[in-house]
Design a binder for this molecule. Sequence first.
Ligand code: IPE
Ligand code: IPE
Ligand code: MG
Length: 260
Amino acid sequence: MLHSEVTLHSEVRATSPLPTVVAAARPVPRHVAIIMDGNGRWAKRAGLPRSEGHRAGAESVRAISRHARQLGVQALTLYAFSEQNWGRPAAEVHALFALLVDFLRSEREELHHNQIRLVAIGNTGKLPLPARLALQAVVAETAHYTGMTLALCLSYGGREDMVQATQLLARQVQAGELSPAAISADHISRALWTGRIGCDPDLVIRTSGEQRLSNFLLWDAAYAEFVFCAQDWPDFREQAFSDALQEYANRQRRFGVVAA
Ligand code: IPE
Ligand code: IPE
Ligand code: MG
């Protein structure tokens, strides 16, 4: 795993005339999830239509995916379109899915080159056909990669995910494959759409100054650290991402127990 920074400890050993440098990796979060917010406000400030904010936001997606991979993040989950975002004007929804198709077309080679596994999280059957087909193709052809998982949340909601997971488990109970008493937190994690990612987020970032979850990873973020950034998503680039990781590295995670 690559780390952008290391903490250096010097220790002089009796047997060695030189200090031994032990590189202790700073804790890079295994799984970073981002609520990419503020495209509309960014566009408004620039006197541009909202769709231009989404276009600029897609450039941040490219930059941050690449950077996360370089820093050794194993999973990057991006909240790209919520279930509730279907309520936006049709032209904006159309522009967002056209950008998704562009993104998949232009990034395909890079995903292969960097061995990135793309997964789609959400009720993706609702997506417009061109987006659905483009997504299915790239998801299938990158399914075996282990470099990094890039999870795109599309037509996603945390509550909707919990509803569909509950329905799935209820069907297993009804079929006699699972007893109600045997249902564990692991069963639920695996039944969620986000189960495809393989681990809970360590760090959740939200841009644009808003401090709310907006239906993102309600089950999964139980013990995540949160970093809220003032920049709108189109302005959130490599340095801002590194700063958020640094803030994460300075946190003490306790998981409900008393620190040793
Ligand atoms: C985030 O930016 C992108 C999506 C939700 C699809 P917004 O479009 O929510 O931008 P603001 O919050 O209106 O500025
Ligand atoms: C959350 O942002 C959804 C995505 C980033 C895709 P919204 O802009 O939709 O959330 P609210 O409306 O501010 O809560
Ligand atoms: Mg918003």
